[in-house]
Design a protein. Structure first.
Length: 202
């Protein structure tokens, strides 16, 4: 299945000609959800970068770090730390420069500590975003191996407050497509709500 065929299938299941222009949006929102929730071996990527300053810009498709190591010299892996830990390290070492030992993810950048004293070649291993479908990119590993994910995802984003829909296919055969919807907590009973209002003077 390719991108065009996927959109045709979604349109067939929706059976709503007025929604044809929104199918791309349903696909985009499905990909956004997959990027938030899925970490798959087919999303693992590698990139090299030159580290010669405290901050290094991350790749555009970066989702989550797996490993960072210095390729030059002894191939030293860098340890992932919090921003606060890097600040403590810098203060304890008078913010001196040297070969990086630690890193933190800060606002779309890789912060290194100590600050590099020369240029180092880093290898970044990370989870990258799923390549978005488009007219120029008609397939990716999800569509090739799991086309149902796109189909169900698109229908789910069309009907976000329902856990299943009934659609009609060729010959008016009814098909039920279901998905999980987070449980919405029930409101407190009136007696409990009355005590809450009294306690907080509502």
């Amino acid at each position: 299945m390719n991108y065009s065929e996927l959109k045709t299938n979604i349109a067939d299941y929706l059976n709503r000609s007025d929604l044809t222009s929104q199918i791309d949006i349903f696909i985009d929102t499905t990909e956004a959800e997959l990027n938030r929730k899925v970490r798959d071996k087919d999303m693992i990527k590698r990139a090299t970068a030159t580290a010669d300053a405290q901050y290094l810009t991350l790749p555009d498709d970066w989702l989550e770090v797996i490993n960072v190591e210095i390729q030059s010299g002894d191939f030293s892996p860098l340890l992932h730390q919090s921003m606060e830990s890097l600040d403590v390290f810098r203060k304890a070492n008078d913010d001196s420069s040297g070969q990086p030992k630690y890193f933190a993810i800060v606002d779309g950048t890789l912060e290194l500590a100590p600050t590099p004293d020369t240029s180092y070649t880093l290898q970044l291993t990370y989870y990258g975003k799923i390549t978005a479908l488009s007219d120029s990119n008609t397939s990716n590993f999800v569509l090739a191996s799991h086309p149902d994910v796109y189909l169900y995802g698109a229908l789910k984003h069309k009907y976000p407050n329902r856990n299943q829909i009934t659609v009609k296919t060729d010959g008016d055969v009814e098909t039920i497509i279901a998905w999980d919807v987070p449980d919405v907590p029930e409101p407190p009973p009136e007696s409990e709500w009355a005590s809450i209002k009294e306690e907080y003077d509502l």
